[in-house]
Design a protein around this ligand. Structure first.
Ligand SMILES: [Zn+2]
Length: 259
């Protein structure tokens, strides 16, 4: 074998191979059929460099399927409903028509427009005041399979691509917060708190106590609170009449004298 200077890749391989005890046996390529066929991938065939030609990246069939599910079917219904409801929003239509008659095109840019039976605000379909319809639109962009229960901002972004109404962000936020599926699937940001552990059972009575106050009571004989001391083993309870807002020292005295 010839002595040669290794490049960094060869040097790394040489170092790696030096850990093993092995001998190399040369097999001529005519006799290495099995190993050879296993190492050949289908896409390594001859003329493989030509199979990138004449390809359509976004295939027509993909577009059609998406179209059918979301836009044609359900959205057309919504647009129809909005058109029918136009009467409900006379005020908006009146304002827009007035604007047009007066020839004020520059009123807040082209913010409001009439397009056929639809009122557009900044190119988005204005949705009339109809809670059912709004919910239907949000549902379309949140619950339908393609939308996939996005979060508040994702859903808002999808809805406002085509629609607008006053308070759309708030309405979408409320809808997403109340979505039953989202509540069930929500990822917890914190680690689980751990298993519920039983409290230790005391060995003797009056070993472990719980102390609490009952306050905001009516003033009777100068007292308006009750100190409650409870033994965890015997379940015995002491009630001591006292006042709210006492000092630590008074509490200690009360405890020593009564319990
Ligand atoms: Zn959801």
């Amino acid at each position: 074998m010839k002595v040669q200077k290794l490049n960094w890749q060869q040097a790394r391989w040489a170092l790696y191979l030096s850990r093993f005890d092995f001998t190399l046996k040369h097999v001529p390529d005519t006799k290495i059929g099995k190993a050879d066929s296993l190492s050949r991938r289908l896409d390594w065939k001859v003329e493989v460099d030509k199979d990138n030609e004449d390809q359509v990246f976004i295939k027509d069939c993909w577009l059609r399927s998406l179209h059918k599910v979301v836009i044609e079917g359900l959205e057309v219904n919504i647009i129809e409903k909005i058109k029918k409801m136009r009467g409900k929003e006379k005020e908006i239509v009146r304002v827009v028509e007035k604007m047009k008659k007066a020839g004020i095109r520059a009123l807040k840019g082209k913010e409001w427009q009439l397009e056929g039976d639809l009122v557009l605000k900044e190119g988005k379909v204005y949705v009339p005041k109809d809670e059912k319809l709004k919910v239907e639109i949000i549902w379309l962009y949140h619950d339908v399979l393609v939308a996939g229960h996005g979060g508040k901002w994702k859903t808002t972004e999808l809805v406002t691509r085509n629609y607008w109404w006053p308070g759309v962000t708030r309405d979408v936020g409320k809808y997403v917060e109340e979505c039953d599926m989202c509540q069930r699937m929500k990822n917890r940001m914190k680690a689980p708190a751990g298993k519920l552990k039983l409290s230790k059972v005391p060995e003797k009575p009056w070993m472990y106590l719980t102390v609490d106050f009952i306050t905001k009571l009516l003033l009777v004989a100068g007292k308006d609170a009750i100190l409650v001391v409870y033994d965890r083993l015997s379940k015995m309870i002491h009630f001591v009449a006292t006042t709210e807002g006492m000092s630590v020292e008074r509490l200690a005295r009360l405890f020593r004298n009564n319990i």
